[in-house]
Design a protein. Structure first.
Length: 311
């Protein structure tokens, strides 16, 4: 089961690398907020079709109150706020810089997972993580990196997604991956629509032209692939390992950006070697869950009124 989960997460990383590059063009042709809403809504519709045409439909109607609240939380902190921030930020920065900041998510996830999910991180994981960071820094060296408003928005989005992934790992203990993914996108789209209505932008959804709709269709397909592979892979793989493997997406984005610009340097090859080595070390010596974790106690913590308020 874990091997299947790892394969799914690696698939997510590949999709992510291509997606960030493609999204840079798509978001440049649209209002970022409208682009985000249209894309996420299309994915929510696809997931609804998957749920109702597959066996997950029965499981959906058997969810209890707490599980519905968990899906709402996934939609808020994973499927709406960070998407709005990320694509607004991506419109203001480069695809490669946006991808780099996005891939720092594993740092925040590792910290949160250690405290909340009791994932124990060993020295091999730290070594692998340092190699991954070094590989990414080598890639970034030729990009003339400068931290601006767009980068700040992307970073805040990453923090939200880090919290979402830890919550998702918890939720997936008792929920099918497709349903959790559906909740993220379905309720996320509703929250984004509420934001568009509040800011007076909702009517712009009806003014999209054929070129914009085409970009939305392409990026929606990528987002659907990302979400379905990620949530189903995360169900059987440590969240720390899963988010670290996502770093594989960065060299893909950077390579595509370099090819598009007509410039490929030797540092790209060195970076890939370090990334491969780092991921190999992490996957070969994975973090372990501490024995004797009291999941009922964790459930009370995550479902408490104080925690619900933070969601």
């Amino acid at each position: 089961m874990q091997n299947k989960g790892l394969l799914l997460v690696f698939s997510t990383a590949i999709i992510s690398g291509v997606s960030v590059f493609i999204n840079k063009f798509g978001v440049g042709m649209n209002n970022p907020d409208i682009f985000t809403f249209a894309k996420n809504t299309a994915v929510a519709v696809l997931f609804t079709a998957v749920i109702f045409f597959l066996k997950d439909r029965k499981a959906l109607f058997q969810l209890n109150k707490n599980q519905w609240l968990q899906l709402l939380a996934l939609g808020l902190i994973g499927g709406s706020i960070p998407f709005l921030l990320f694509f607004k930020g991506l419109a203001l920065t480069s695809a490669a810089q946006g991808a780099f900041i996005h891939k720092t998510m594993f740092i925040f996830v590792v910290i949160l997972a250690a405290f909340i999910l009791k994932e124990k991180i060993n020295k091999n994981f730290i070594i692998g993580g340092l190699l991954l960071l070094l590989g990414n820094l080598i890639l970034l060296k030729g990009l003339h990196f400068s931290f601006g408003l767009g980068d700040a928005l992307v970073l805040v989005a990453v923090l939200f997604w880090a919290m979402e992934n830890v919550l998702a790992k918890y939720v997936l203990r008792e929920m099918p991956g497709n349903i959790a993914a559906w909740g993220r996108m379905f309720f996320g789209s509703i929250f984004i629509l509420a934001y568009l209505s509040f800011t007076g932008q909702a009517s712009q959804v009806l003014n999209l032209n054929s070129a914009q709709i085409g970009w939305i269709a392409i990026t929606s397909a990528l987002l659907f692939g990302y979400t379905i592979t990620w949530y189903n892979g995360l169900k059987t793989v440590s969240v720390s390992i899963a988010t670290t493997i996502l770093l594989f997406g960065l060299p893909i984005t950077t390579a595509l950006s370099a090819i598009y610009a007509g410039k490929i340097t030797p540092q790209d090859a060195w970076s890939m070697i370090l990334l491969l080595l780092g991921v190999f070390i992490i996957v070969s010596f994975p973090p372990r869950i501490k024995r004797g974790v009291n999941w009922k106690r964790e459930s009370r913590i995550l479902d408490s009124p104080a925690t619900a308020g933070r969601k």
